[in-house]
Design a binder for this molecule. Sequence first.
Ligand SMILES: *Cc1c(COP(=O)(O)O)cnc(C)c1O
Length: 236
Amino acid sequence: MKRVSKLVVNMVGGPGRIFESTKSILNELPQGVSLLIATKGQGIESIEEALHAGAKICGENYLQEAIPKIEALSKKFPDVHWHYIGKLQKSKIKRIVKYFDAIETLDSFENALLVSKAAQRLNKLVPVLIEINSGNEPQKSGVLFDEVIPLAEKLADMKGIELKGVMTMGPKVERPEEIRPYFKKTREVFEEMQRAFGKERIEWLSMGTSDTYKIAIEEGSNIVRIGTLIFGSRKY
Ligand SMILES: *Cc1c(COP(=O)(O)O)cnc(C)c1O
């Protein structure tokens, strides 16, 4: 008798919440918009639940934290892609290129050279996004709006790198609506890149998080990066 009631409690209270929240976001996203689940701070079981619900892209910020998750999950979910969304550190680029399927946070020519070198050595073609510091904040990484096209021109023909678009975080805002101008400007630069390098090549515009993804989609985002709304609040 005891055993039965425990089982019921587990089924009601435990698994399901992450599955349900992932499903409901996936159902809500318009055609052509992909969900990236931001999995920093989350354990393998939680991530697995979101993947069972149909998530296809995981975003991780820290290499060390990501490696065991990628190793544990990539065999079971071979069609799930892992995007690096953290700050690039020169000493870790080789291994980031090894473990990840794409890099969303390319922020300098120097780092691009290192990505290119590592990719060639591993015989890989790494899709990259240029990260834009759209709020022009000194503490944030990414390049300024004016620097995007000049950097893109240097990356366009680099071996081992496949330039796919841009990503931005945007400044922390009180009300979600306040982020719209930063997303709008990011989309304009994205479209400028499409005109310069071709729409078939420049495909990814990654912007929007739990608080702002609806606005981001209105402004043309086609990858939204969501953590809190799926997994609940976290420490970092
Ligand atoms: C953590 C993180 C997110 C997700 O933020 P939430 O507010 O939890 O949805 C998105 N993008 C990046 C780069 C992140 O580090």
